[in-house]
Design a protein around this ligand. Structure first.
Ligand SMILES: [Zn+2]
Length: 98
């Protein structure tokens, strides 16, 4: 696995940076949010906005637009796109626009 795995503007994240995105998602996602109760592992982030791609503990993926408020958001925020599998993730990443 290398940083060239993902096309621009997506950057692979792991280690400490990934943990920061995972902690922020866990903080922002409150009871009632579609991802609440799932453990999220950050795998990529957008260079141009605050969107992060996560692999969820149920085997699905999600692109979450973090608000970086460092507090619980009111569902459906943070804005989330659920994706069933990696092919769907790659398509969504390719189509990502600002
Ligand atoms: Zn973006």
């Amino acid at each position: 696995m290398t940083s060239s795995d993902f096309r621009e503007p997506w950057l692979r994240v792991d280690g400490e940076p990934a943990r920061a995105f995972e902690d922020e998602a866990a903080t922002e996602i409150a009871s009632g949010h579609e991802l609440h109760g799932l453990t999220l592992a950050a795998i990529a982030k957008c260079e141009g906005c605050d969107s992060v791609v996560y692999r969820a503990s149920d085997g699905t993926f999600a692109i979450v637009h973090l608000s970086w408020t460092r507090k619980s958001e009111t569902p459906p925020w943070p804005r989330t796109t659920r994706l069933g599998g990696f092919v769907a993730v790659e398509t969504a990443m390719d189509q990502h626009e600002h």
